[in-house]
Ligand binder design. Structure first.
Ligand SMILES: [Zn+2]
Length: 338
């Protein structure tokens, strides 16, 4: 079985965008001191959901030979920087309910991961009710955690701050991991998927390295997507920094708790990831349909067809490939077993 641990519902019917537009307009009303207007939830039929998936995510699963996608709302659409905590709460509920309907329509093809109702300056403890609802009532297996709800300005405390601890306690209690995942960038310095995403991944890793987070939470688990940002490429730098700080080797310090996905869109990048990071810490993923949609003229295949790169990796044993394609996802997303 092949589990893709990183997919987003980027192809949702336009009613979802229409709803969000009304919601953003409503934030403007509130900021002008007017009452929050009533907005009806988006009306989307099961057939519309099927149509948007059949021609995109499900077609890709069939064509590439993958089985199950761990599926979450569109990451760039989370927009935690927009409006206030109430805005994020309403938006997360609508997006998560849609993912729940997808998992109900295709229970063998998708498992849900939730968007959290984060908001700049608001303690992440506010996300606990939605996380509990998604895991206990909707059967979700994890969450996406935005390390920078300000959308590129990094004004909230770092991930090792006690600010985040109540949410981590709940994740541990529920036995769900978080994928570190920023949303859109409203800082013109940072292109969303090209810079902000990769910055977020790299920054989170460094925050973990310089903290006692996993002493406090020995079973807390994070997946750093996009191959871990710059981390595998600069593994020597991070090893050296840890050594200079008198910390244990990275394997001991972080690799019981931190995992990397394979959303790296060329063979040399995947080969490096596989060479540097132990196979026990790598989860197969493609992030389809997502950041890069085109075909690589040098291979004739889609950049995001990451299964080809793992298939072609000669240094991996069959047992290691099985871990990357299935075993590690089942271990990290422990609720998948249910
Ligand atoms: Zn993503």
């Amino acid at each position: 079985m092949i589990i893709d641990c990183h997919g987003h519902y980027t192809t949702a019917p336009r009613q979802l965008d229409d709803y969000r537009r009304l919601q953003v307009a409503a934030c403007d009303c509130v900021s002008r001191g007017e009452p929050y207007p009533a907005i009806a939830d988006p009306s989307i039929s099961d057939d519309e959901i099927r149509e948007t998936l059949e021609k995109a995510q499900l077609r890709i699963q069939r064509e590439r030979g993958t089985d199950l996608t761990i599926f979450s709302p569109k990451a760039v659409g989370m927009g935690h920087h927009i409006g206030d905590a109430q805005t994020s709460a309403r938006w997360a509920t609508v997006c998560n309910d849609l993912i729940h309907r997808i998992c109900g329509l295709y229970p063998t093809k998708f498992a849900g991961v939730c968007q959290l109702p984060q908001s700049p300056g608001v303690a992440p403890a506010n996300c606990i009710p939605e996380l509990e609802r998604c895991v206990k009532e909707l059967g979700f297996v994890g969450c996406n955690l935005n390390p920078d709800p300000t959308g590129g300005y990094w004004k909230d405390p770092p991930l090792h701050d006690k600010w985040w601890y109540p949410l981590y306690e709940k994740m541990v209690e529920l036995d769900v991991p978080a994928m570190i995942h920023v949303s859109g960038s409203c800082n013109p310095h940072f292109h969303a998927t090209g810079a902000h995403y990769i910055n977020g991944d790299t920054t989170a890793f460094m925050q973990f390295l310089t903290s006692k987070l996993f002493q406090d939470f020995p079973t807390l688990k994070f997946v750093i997507p996009h191959g871990g940002g710059a981390v595998p490429y600069h593994w020597g730098r991070y090893r050296g920094i840890a050594q200079d700080l008198g910390l244990p080797p990275l394997q001991e310090l972080l690799l019981e708790n931190v995992f990397f996905d394979t959303c790296v869109y060329h063979q040399p990048g995947i080969d490096l990831l596989l060479k540097v990071i132990p196979p026990e810490n790598i989860l197969f993923a493609s992030e389809t349909v997502g950041a890069v949609r085109g075909i690589d003229p040098t291979t004739g295949h889609h950049y995001d067809d990451t299964k080809r790169y793992i298939d072609a990796a000669t240094q991996l044993s069959a047992a290691d490939k099985a871990k990357i394609f299935e075993g590690n996802a089942r271990r990290v997303y422990a609720r998948l077993q249910a």
